[in-house]
Design a protein around this ligand. Structure first.
Ligand code: NI
Length: 157
């Protein structure tokens, strides 16, 4: 496993639409392992492939402090969403930027796992928000463009 470099805002790769994954091979498995390690090391709760420089529809999420509940989303889509929440978000590609974003409270996400099998994942609250944030990355969107009120880093302590 290897820690990958996290691309920061300003790099074009973060503004592009990602292509679907077609090959579910050892290379993909290694990439997923690297993405998880990179996310854990950076103390993030989500990481999308463009954030490591790859325009592929892949994201990993783990909102546990113990790093024991990794979610791997390949070619994900939100197939149902309901409710509304407005909470503070940040992003490993936008250091020291924080702000309120409106998201659905609940989502159902359909995605493939590392073997290529489709599954459905239901999430709400923080996890629903993380899924929406990561899926936006796959379409070249950053949370900072959806923020309705920025929060100063000193107020995040
Ligand atoms: Ni992000």
């Amino acid at each position: 496993m290897a820690i990958r470099n996290i691309v920061k805002k300003g790099d074009e790769v973060l503004t592009k639409r990602c292509r679907p994954v077609e090959k579910f091979d050892a290379k993909l498995a290694a990439l997923l392992d690297d993405m998880l390690q990179t996310m854990y090391k950076a103390e993030g709760v989500g990481l999308a492939a463009p954030q490591v420089g790859l325009l592929r529809r892949i994201a990993v999420i783990d909102i546990t402090e113990e790093h024991n509940d990794p979610i791997e989303l390949i070619n994900p889509e939100i197939i149902k969403s309901s409710g509304r929440q407005r909470e503070i978000e940040g992003c490993l590609s936008c250091p020291d930027q924080w702000g309120y974003v409106k998201r659905p409270m609940k989502v159902v996400c359909r995605a493939q796992d590392r073997k290529g099998d489709w599954y459905e994942y239901k999430a709400e609250g923080f996890l629903a928000r993380a899924i929406c944030h990561e899926l936006d990355h796959l379409d070249g969107q950053l949370f900072v463009d959806k923020v309705d009120e920025f929060v100063r880093p000193e107020d995040m302590e």
